[in-house]
Design a protein around this ligand. Structure first.
Ligand SMILES: Nc1nc2c(ncn2[C@@H]2O[C@H](COP(=O)(O)OP(=O)(O)OP(=O)(O)O)[C@@H](O)[C@H]2O)c(=O)[nH]1
Ligand SMILES: [Mg+2]
Length: 243
């Protein structure tokens, strides 16, 4: 019940529920999609592989959703919030902590892929080169990559640190969607301005999805709506007899 009671709600987000204001521009989210998202993300989620270099990327077995963004933007926190796990993906106060691409199998139907962050100021040139080689290879060659979620900190908006990655996604003709993170840390008016500015920039990008998800992993805002969007890419449930 808690995950979907959108009809009686305005734009104000409520933890654990879905509201039209979880998306920018605001949109009512379909109840069936919310339920599909809830059911999928209630399934078991397990770490399957970590790849520190292109040769170590695991074979493609499921449709994949990649989480990409600058260091410390909240990728690992978001993966944990989506799957309802506290410690599935490692969270750190130290930027640059996730150094490899981590693959998480969600219920045998969808692969969640936590990418290492970019823009870590203290990273060496060698580390930046290694990151670029790994992430470029992953984003440009993965046939099963259904959607990349590009995470942007709601307090900062899109910066020059993010633009090469936006260009990378565009050049790879990758379907990608911006997810604003940490919306609990900004006032509603600032959030509206940040979302409008991001939408304005995305309008000039070919492969970007026009809708933006507004989320807080910490306060559990926008999580049900994002689950609903991502569930659309999951493999259909195996029939009981084929197991
Ligand atoms: N206020 C607030 N802080 C958050 C939220 N999500 C994450 N954080 C904080 O942001 C910091 C970074 O979170 P991570 O999830 O480790 O970020 P990451 O993008 O995985 O970082 P790297 O792996 O280093 O690229 C941590 O201190 C989190 O507690 C949120 O929704 N709200
Ligand atoms: Mg991380």
């Amino acid at each position: 019940m808690g995950d979907h009671a959108p009809a009686r709600r305005g734009l104000k987000p409520v933890p654990g529920e879905a509201a039209p204001g979880d998306l920018f521009p605001p949109r009512q989210i379909d109840t069936d999609a919310l339920e599909a998202g809830r059911l999928l993300f209630a399934k078991e989620c397990r770490f399957v592989a970590g790849a520190g270099n292109p040769a170590a990327l695991p074979p493609e077995t499921l449709p994949e959703i990649a989480f990409i963004g600058r260091s410390n933007v909240g990728k690992s926190s978001l993966v944990n919030a989506l799957t309802g796990r506290r410690m599935l993906a490692r969270i750190s106060r130290t930027p640059g902590r996730t150094q490899q691409i981590n693959f998480f199998d969600l219920g045998g139907r969808l692969m969640l892929v936590d990418l290492p962050g970019y823009g870590y100021a203290a990273a060496s040139k060698g580390a930046v080169r290694a990151w670029t080689a790994l992430v470029e290879r992953y984003l440009s060659t993965r046939a099963g990559l259904a959607r990349a979620c590009l995470l942007i900190d709601a307090r900062r908006g899109i910066t020059d640190t993010d633009r090469p990655t936006l260009a990378l996604c565009d050049n790879a003709a990758l379907s990608y969607q911006v997810v604003l993170t940490k919306i609990d840390a900004v006032k509603p008016a600032e959030l509206a301005a940040a979302a409008a500015a991001v939408a304005g920039e995305l309008a000039r990008r070919r492969a970007a999805h026009p809708e933006i998800h507004l989320t807080s992993a910490e306060k559990r805002l926008g999580i049900a709506a994002l689950r609903a969007s991502l569930a659309a890419f999951a493999e259909v449930a195996p029939s009981p007899r084929s197991r």
